[in-house]
Write a protein that binds this ligand. Sequence first.
Ligand SMILES: N=C(N)NCCC[C@H](NC(=O)CCC(=O)O)C(=O)O
Length: 445
Amino acid sequence: MQHYEVNFDGLVGPTHNYAGLSFGNVASLSNAKSTSSPKSAAKQGLQKMKALQEMGLVQGVLAPQERPDIYALRRLGFHGSDTDVLAAAAKEAPAIFRACCSASSMWTANAATVSPSADTANGKVHFTPANLTNKFHRSLEPETTGRILRAMFANARYFEHHRHLPDNEHFGDEGAANHTRFCNEYGFAGVELFVYGRHAFDDSKPAPSRYPARQTYEASTAVARLHGLSDDNVVYLQQNPAVIDKGVFHNDVIAVGNQNVMFYHQEAFIDQQRAFAELETKLGGSMHFIEVPSDVVSVEDAVSTYLFNTQLVTLKPGHMVIIAPTECQENARVAAYLEHLVQQNTPIKEVRFFDVKQSMRNGGGPACLRLRVALNDQELDAVNPHCILTDGLFERLNKWVDKHYRDELSTDDLADPQLLEESRTALDELTQIMHLGSVYPFQRD
Ligand SMILES: N=C(N)NCCC[C@H](NC(=O)CCC(=O)O)C(=O)O
């Protein structure tokens, strides 16, 4: 049997904009109110997907969500026609309105936590959409995420879907951005590392003081229980609160893992020695722990370049490639470190750079844009085939973007009723291209 790690990248939605919504995410705040380009954002994402497909990897696509979220605005008391709702919300509550327009579902590392069948008690692939409670604009995502995932992974023989955790910060869950699966081979049972920012039910434990810790220990343990993981294949590790306070709002901003490689910054964790020893013992194989020292790359450089928000993909046994944003190339210290890294005797042999600047300006690097799902070939056959990138789908999606997306969008444009119409028309067509059925609220009224 063959095994694959499939990356499902988020397709950037038609309302991609910079509204400065994410306190604790340095890029989001510093680019607030600048003009975005939804068209180039979507195309940059598609180019990355195509490049990975051309490297011989199986590449998937995850559909964006409907925005502006008229339904959220109606729940908040705005009423009348859709145009009335948009106008009143934009005028009376502009900050809430902008939050309801975010295209943040593009960062599919936050869509869900996924456990491959080799790790779970019932031998199925398990999915739990992330509740994303820490940010209002992101808390609007989980219901539709759940519907889209069910439309992509529909076969109950292979796939099990859970409801997102209770919508409360005690169970704040940010999905795969804080979850890394290690294994010797994708098809073998692995060890799932859950990284959390704070304990919600124990105030005596360390926590950041400036910026929020979005993922709680209690959320991580709940997901592990839902997925039927055993104590023998789970490790928990706390993020260093000091780096959260420097802008590391998810673990994937300071660490990335693949198979038996853990690439991370010296200051990423607390109690790392215990956790790494446990990880190695539970994996029953030898791990490569590649630590980047602070005097070579500072946390600030890691945050501004997204050195760790890179994808680490295996092209052939023992040959991994880092998929990095061009920001890493533009920073002399980070570029020099990467050049040095590929000459060391580790499985990381190459670096390839990609321009995902439209996403980076909101704090989303290459790793944020993808959700990893390890599958065997029977499971892959059971995935909705219209969500797997082929040359044909790539071409079709590019044409679809050209037809429906704006070249430029400012936050003032978000109240334009025409934008809502354009977004719905685009998504309606997309559900036909990707055979998703009626996953969006406007299709279900
Ligand atoms: N690291 C991972 N896995 N994901 C990155 C998510 C970026 C996202 N940015 C935003 O939501 C900004 C939207 C705005 O400001 O308009 C966030 O902070 O949740």
